[in-house]
Ligand binder design. Structure first.
Ligand SMILES: [Zn+2]
Ligand SMILES: [Zn+2]
Length: 245
């Protein structure tokens, strides 16, 4: 079935789509920030992702001039799954905020490269996480917000309060192993949208340790036949939530 849906994704559609991504990258490039960011500890994509195979076309002079992000080698193919990852960056009402240093650059990845590059970091995050499965038909961004940034990131106060209450509940045991649970995962079935404040308070969810929580997230993402995620980041801080828009 996967193969069918992949072959159904025509080269022409991909060309339009990939152009849209590059345009987005161009728009997203903040020239003003470029001058400020020199003071921060930024690292090159080669240092940040040493084992990642980069598509040469995404690093040619034109791509660099546009400030476009490097892409994994597989994005040259007929592919229907792509995510732009800014691992250390959070958007606070549209402004980039760095939440870890050194700040790794944006990179566009297929699912396999996303998993190869970030799974172990995601699995070893020691903090508590409440994660919401996105609606694959409509989501464009999936990102982590630490509790300390809930307000600045624009999370609705009643949603923040409900998530905070879940983060503070006593720890259970991971449903896959004997470790203490740090993740609470809500499927689409349990909580279709973040507006469902009542459900955020009452839905049972599934509890996992850090490793199995991260694997649950990745396995949910792997099942999406198509994805065009404009922004993903990695967890930071002591506790927070993975939300989608
Ligand atoms: Zn790839
Ligand atoms: Zn576990």
């Amino acid at each position: 079935m996967d193969n069918d849906s992949r072959s159904g994704w025509s080269r022409q559609t991909f060309a339009v789509w990939s152009r849209a991504i590059r345009v987005r990258n161009l728009i997203g490039y903040d020239f003003a920030e470029g001058s400020v960011s020199r003071k921060l500890a930024h690292i090159s994509y080669r240092e940040a992702y040493p084992s990642l195979q980069i598509l040469p076309r995404s690093r040619n002079w034109w791509a660099r001039l546009k400030g476009a992000a490097p892409e994994c080698i597989h994005l040259d193919e007929n592919i229907s799954w792509i995510a732009a990852v800014l691992p250390d960056t959070l958007y606070l009402r549209g402004k980039r905020a760095n939440r870890r240093e050194p700040v790794r650059p944006e990179v566009s990845l297929c699912f396999e490269c996303l998993s190869d590059t970030f799974a172990s970091e995601l699995e070893s995050f020691p903090g508590r996480v409440v994660a919401f499965e996105p609606d694959p038909a409509i989501f464009t961004q999936y990102f982590f917000v630490a509790t300390t940034d809930f307000e600045a990131a624009g999370l609705a106060p009643e949603t923040s309060a409900a998530i905070n209450a879940r983060l503070e509940r006593s720890t259970e045991t991971c449903r896959e192993c004997s470790r203490g649970a740090t993740w609470l995962w809500f499927s689409q079935e349990q909580i279709p949208s973040l507006d469902e404040v009542e459900l955020i308070s009452t839905a049972p969810g599934e509890v996992f340790c850090g490793k199995h929580g991260a694997r649950k997230l990745l396995s949910a993402f792997e099942k999406f036949a198509e994805a065009n995620i404009f922004y993903m980041n990695l967890p930071y801080g002591d506790a927070g939530t993975y939300v989608w828009i």
